[in-house]
Design a protein around this ligand. Structure first.
Ligand SMILES: NC(=O)c1ccc[n+]([C@@H]2O[C@H](COP(=O)([O-])OP(=O)(O)OC[C@H]3O[C@@H](n4cnc5c(N)ncnc54)[C@H](O)[C@@H]3O)[C@@H](O)[C@H]2O)c1
Ligand SMILES: [Fe+2]
Length: 381
């Protein structure tokens, strides 16, 4: 038996942030990062809270790829203040921190029910509607996806005004994260019609609007569309889960601090090739792997088609590489110029083990062997 649920109530469109003046909570802890707390935009969040006579405090110590120590600082802040809701304002790092802080604080002291409202300021993770939170353990060089329905926010507020300040490189990385969520949801072993419908819409929007948002951050229409796509893709993978792309990207993030979306983007052409096995030209149509048909559908949504399905999947790989080049995302680790060959190859064996153990990898359409994961990491160099 399968089921599909959207637990989070989503507020979007003009003046969506006005919702904050009417939330059913009195005392809230706003969790954000130092950039957002210091920016003029933050008033868009605090003004409606003041208007609604909400009492609030701000915890602004979120860092990218939230490590366990920062989560425990947040737990202390929450238990000292005892809010009846948390408002997460920021990218995936702020939202995932908030999810983890609420979860762990209430395990220490369940002083009551605490609501969670997520306000994304990047169009990327979809964390505002998912039951996932990724935390990092810098000592072990690991990133762990926590997965539990309890982590899902109660409300999400989508206001593209908050995204306009995102610099082009972060727009590119986070936008490719959206695309990777959608494509992995479409080919996952847990895919279903509901998730695929949401993912396909996200893919269509990325095809039309990601480059536009990258080239002009003030293109309001493109920003609104990508903000919606991010949420749609989040809903999709929350139901269908992800795959090897994310399983391997988490290790690149944990070991080399490559931004999450960038790691996904760089891996994506390799993972499409692996999952569809398109380099084996001799196969007849009946022997194509099941993912070939699904990737081919994705390609067609982007307006790409060729004389057979294998060539259509090939054109999808080319399209992803084109997007990376247009948005200045390196195609290989060596091209980044920041990681030595010795350091990288020295980490591959451990990264491959961790990628195979990552919860996201379980739903990949092709079961990877360790040697294959090692080879993909090598090819990425
Ligand atoms: N929970 C999930 O479902 C899920 C899914 C995918 C990824 N993740 C996790 O989310 C994290 C990545 O999140 P992210 O990609 O949103 O990046 P992020 O939250 O780490 O932010 C990246 C950078 O952008 C800055 N930034 C954020 N909003 C901005 C704005 N409006 N203007 C200018 N700068 C801004 C931040 O200060 C930060 O320096 C990773 O830890 C990743 O593993 C979670
Ligand atoms: Fe992601």
């Amino acid at each position: 038996m399968k089921s599909f649920e959207i637990k989070t109530k989503i507020f979007f469109g003009d003046q969506a942030l006005d919702r904050l003046s009417e939330i059913p909570y009195k005392k809230v802890l706003v969790i954000t990062d130092p950039f957002m707390a210091g920016s003029n935009m933050f008033r868009l969040v605090t003004d409606p809270l003041k208007k609604g006579n909400k009492e609030f405090e701000i915890f602004k110590d979120v860092v990218p790829d939230p490590p366990i120590e920062k989560i425990s600082e947040g737990v202390k802040a929450m238990l000292a203040y005892k809010p009846d809701a948390i408002i997460a304002v920021g990218g995936g790092s702020a939202i995932d921190s908030s999810k983890s802080i609420r979860e762990f604080a209430l395990r220490v002291d369940h002083y009551g029910d605490v609501g969670l409202i997520a306000i994304p300021t990047t169009s990327g993770t979809g964390s505002e509607v998912t039951s996932f939170a990724v935390v990092s353990d810098p000592k072990e060089q690991m990133k762990y996806p926590l997965v539990s329905p309890e982590l899902t926010p109660d409300e999400a507020i989508l206001d593209a005004e908050l995204v306009k300040s995102v610099p082009p490189s972060v727009t590119a990385d986070t936008g490719m994260d959206v695309f990777t969520h959608a494509i992995e949801a479409c080919v996952s072993v847990d895919r279903n019609e509901f998730a695929t419908a949401l993912a396909e819409k996200a893919i269509e929007i990325c095809g039309v609007f990601l480059l536009r948002a990258y080239l002009d951050g003030n293109d309001t229409h493109a920003r609104q569309k990508m903000h919606a796509a991010s949420c749609l893709a989040g809903l999709a993978f929350n139901s269908a889960s992800l795959g090897l792309n994310h399983g391997m990207a988490h290790q690149l993030g944990a070991t080399f601090h490559i931004p999450h979306g960038r790691a996904n983007a760089m891996l994506l052409p390799h993972i499409i090739e692996f999952n569809s096995d398109i380099n084996k030209h001799s196969k007849s149509r009946s022997e194509y792997l099941p993912a070939v048909r699904r990737y081919s559908t994705v390609a067609q949504i982007l307006g790409l088609s060729s004389y057979n399905e294998i060539m259509t999947v090939r054109s999808l790989v080319n399209w992803v590489q084109f997007m990376l080049k247009e948005m200045d995302i390196p195609l290989s680790i060596s091209q980044m110029g920041t990681i030595s060959e010795e350091e990288y190859f020295g980490a591959i064996d451990r990264m491959a083990d961790a990628a195979l153990a990552d919860a996201c990898t379980e739903t990949n359409p092709r079961v990877p062997r360790k040697a294959e994961v090692v080879q993909i990491y090598k090819d990425l160099w």
